[in-house]
Design a protein around this ligand. Sequence first.
Ligand SMILES: [Zn+2]
Length: 119
Amino acid sequence: MERSCLYCGNRVIGRIDKKFCSDSCRNTFNNELNQDINNLMRTTHNKLRKNYRILKRIHLNSTHKKKSLHQLISKDFNFDLFTSTYKNKQGKIYYFIYDIGYLKLDQSSFIVVQKKSYL
Ligand SMILES: [Zn+2]
């Protein structure tokens, strides 16, 4: 069965598990793949850092006090990004970005908490 190079599409000759026509195509393919992954990770991490900074600033101002969710929304907080969750005995879920997390109390308010020892 004829196979074609994953990078350039040229015919691949040789071992049955060979995927590229040359070392150069294999290297270029892997470099581009890594670059895409690196870009994705960098972008995601920047968004996480932004979330972290927003929560940290609110946390520094006052802990365990009810806040308006508007404080997060107005700063473009990304609710889809967090690093871990914690479910308490009441089944409520805290969303953490590293050691700082928040818990939605209702449709319009939340509290910020910080883990005492994260590592
Ligand atoms: Zn090739």
